[in-house]
Design a protein around this ligand. Structure first.
Ligand code: AP5
Ligand code: MG
Length: 236
């Protein structure tokens, strides 16, 4: 299996590790915030979408299987995702702390993650829900560009690169994701409402759900997330 791009590296802070999931619709800013949070707390960024896209690029069996679902904005079957995540959690960097971006996405995935973490005696610290209006996410996604080399995320209006089409960090080429066409985005939002929103109740029932208002600038959103996470980080 191909692992996908990781967030920018470099740990600013050492300390007890936190185990986070990011909830929120497509375009809420999960990838954008994940890069900041994983840098700040020194934990790996595990994005199931990035792992799947890396497998598509490499032409693996997993990638071939996943591509038709992704192109249509549908979810990849649970058994494929759960196996992939189980393998990733076995890697040494993810044994004690991690941030999941785009996983879990269904109740069976959340049940499977809960069991994996019980087995490892590493319970989840928090589920952060990024809240943003539908009209805004459509604009965010249609203007998104991603570095093909390092995975850094840009936006043509809100966070443009210094040089057109090139990444500020590594000079890699910026590309538009295949599933960021407006018709596919609208289907992804419907799929989120039907299959992923029930997870908000799942984590609320367990006392793990915390809300982050995701409409300010990326730095403002990060400051809100940090306000919540610092409390857990100190007591972890
Ligand atoms: P995935 O890659 O997880 O995509 P997603 O959940 O649809 O979310 P996005 O990556 O589109 O949005 P984001 O919230 O990360 O926003 P970003 O930070 O980039 O999944 C893709 C597909 O893979 C799925 O459809 C499915 O097929 C499959 N898949 C993945 N995981 C799966 C699973 N667990 N089970 C089954 N199938 C799975 O930001 C978006 C844009 O907005 C950027 O341009 C950014 O610069 C900009 N922006 C961010 N924050 C702000 C802000 N505060 N203000 C202004 N602009 C902002
Ligand atoms: Mg993302």
């Amino acid at each position: 299996m191909v692992r996908g791009t990781c967030s920018r590296t470099g740990t600013r802070e050492e300390g007890p590790q936190v185990r986070i999931i990011l909830l929120g619709p497509p375009g809420a800013g999960k990838g954008t915030q994940a890069a900041r949070i994983t840098d700040a707390y020194g934990i790996p960024h595990i994005s199931t979408g990035d792992i799947l896209r890396a497998n598509v690029r490499e032409g693996t069996d997993l990638g071939t299987q996943a591509k038709r679902y992704m192109d249509a904005g549908e979810l990849v079957p649970d058994e494929v995702i759960i196996g992939m995540v189980g393998d990733r959690l076995n890697e040494p960097d993810a044994r004690t702390g991690f941030l999941f971006d785009g996983f879990p996405r269904t109740v069976p995935q959340a049940d499977a993650l809960e069991q994996l973490l019980v087995d490892r005696e590493t319970p989840l610290t928090v589920a952060l829900r990024l809240a943003v209006a539908k009209a805004e996410v459509v604009e965010r996604l249609t203007g998104r560009r991603t570095c093909e080399q390092c995975g850094r995320i840009f936006h043509l209006t809100y966070d443009p690169p210094s040089v057109d089409g090139r990444c500020d960090d590594c000079d890699g080429e910026l590309a538009q994701r295949d599933d960021d066409r407006e018709d596919v985005v609208l289907n992804r939002l419907e799929v989120y409402a039907a299959q992923t929103e029930p997870l908000e109740h799942f984590y609320w029932e367990r006392g793990l759900l915390r809300d982050v208002e995701a409409t300010g600038s990326p730095d403002e959103v990060f400051a809100s997330a940090q306000g919540i996470l610092d409390g857990f980080h100190r007591s972890a």
